[in-house]
Design a protein around this ligand. Structure first.
Ligand SMILES: [Zn+2]
Length: 390
């Protein structure tokens, strides 16, 4: 892959809580950032951001792929390519549950393990359109043993999901035991929270269930599409000091404001994570992650750099992934973007604060430009990044 110099960065948003940096560079070697603000003699590729803003590639923490780029939800084909052009460079599957005919009421450990293995060995391995898809997310069902968890670990399965689990069994302790086995193997457990999903078969999970099981990420806490009551949202945030609290495009907008307000009051905005929960009933939304950032920054009053961090570094960290932060040692997954003609914003952060969608000029994954010139999914920004290979 060689050496890449990203120069002419007007504003660098690092994807953590750090203040944005003006007029800087990024040096990338073999796909990994080696320096912020440094120089690079004889680079193989120069990306001149031409004064635009650079943010980490967006990390969509909640997608529902099925097989490759095809998912029967909304008959979607090619959506991963389109999401890349919306700035998403990493996706975390919240379960490959749109497989036609899947018997939600009769899932066995062997069946869910087989499904996750298949997704891991195909979708996750092949990186459709260059996007890092953390697929092969296992749907937790009753009757699993520690040996099943060992088999998952061997298959590289790192993400687990409670969605169809029968919470009438909560008192038998099995779900809590699953949490322990997952933690011992470095796996992340997400729980579908709130009311029933589009499948009609997911289980209602309010504060009592969430607090008893203590998942690593409380899936779509503000609704996917139906959230738990406001007081339970606040209670769950208070109950779980170390968890991630996810908001998705499938959200109840009002409940998202409740969530953000309470995380701000608790001083735990670093626990806010973001996803689209698509393809699904909410649709296929290539610009969904950027629209979520706009909503968080312009309506929920989050500082725009913190809204970007929620959709990048926070989401990656809560799912155990190294990307999402632009710093030495991290993968060079980044988006070059800026104001669209007619916007009052002068950089991408001002656009987010105004609620104006920025335009994307380039997207790099592991230092390789996968989108350059302009995105197929946004209007062009006022300036254009230039990619030169030597
Ligand atoms: Zn979902």
């Amino acid at each position: 892959m060689g050496r890449t110099l990203v120069t002419g960065i007007g504003l660098l948003v690092t994807g953590d809580a750090a203040p944005p940096v003006r007029d800087t560079t990024l040096v990338v070697e073999d796909g990994v950032i080696t320096s912020v603000g440094g120089d690079c003699p004889a680079p193989d590729t120069v990306v001149d951001a031409n004064g635009l803003t650079v943010i980490p590639g967006l990390v969509d923490g909640h997608v529902h792929p099925t097989v490759g780029e095809w998912t029967p939800a909304q008959n979607a084909v090619g959506w991963i390519h389109n999401y890349l052009h919306g700035g998403t460079t990493t996706m975390v599957s919240a379960g490959e549950l749109h497989v036609p005919g899947l018997p939600f009421e009769d899932l066995t450990p062997d069946l869910v393990l087989g499904l996750a293995r298949l997704s891991r060995a195909t979708l996750a391995r092949t990186r459709p359109s260059g996007v890092k898809v953390e697929a092969g997310t296992l749907l937790l069902v009753p009757g699993m043993t520690a040996a099943h968890f060992d088999q998952m670990a061997e298959a590289g399965i790192r993400q687990l999901k409670f969605i169809f689990y029968d919470w009438n069994r909560l008192d038998d302790g099995e779900a809590v035991e699953y949490m322990r086995w997952a933690a011992e193997r470095g796996m992340t457990v997400k729980m579908h929270s709130g009311g029933v999903s589009r499948s009609g078969s997911s289980r209602v999970a309010g504060r009592d269930v969430v607090a008893a099981v203590r998942p690593d990420v409380v899936g779509h806490i503000s609704g996917g599409p139906i959230p738990m009551p406001d007081e339970e949202i606040r209670g769950v945030i208070d109950d779980l000091p170390d968890a991630g609290f996810e908001v998705c495009s499938s959200m109840n907008y009002r409940a998202t404001m409740v969530t953000v307000d309470h995380l701000r009051e608790a001083g735990r905005l670093d626990r806010l994570t973001v996803g689209t929960d698509t393809p699904g009933g909410t649709g296929v939304i290539p610009r969904g992650m950027m629209r979520n950032i706009c909503f968080l920054a312009s309506v929920c009053g989050l500082a725009p750099e913190l809204a970007v961090a929620a959709a990048t570094g926070n989401t990656a960290a809560r799912h155990g992934l190294p990307q999402g932060v632009l710093a030495p040692g991290r993968p060079a997954d980044l988006v070059v973007l800026g104001p669209i003609k007619g916007s009052r914003g002068t950089d991408a952060l001002e656009c987010f604060a105004l609620g104006d969608l920025p335009g994307i000029s380039a997207v790099l994954v592991d230092g390789v430009p996968l989108v350059s010139g302009r995105s197929e999914q946004t209007p062009p920004p006022q300036a254009s990044a230039a990619v030169t290979a030597y």
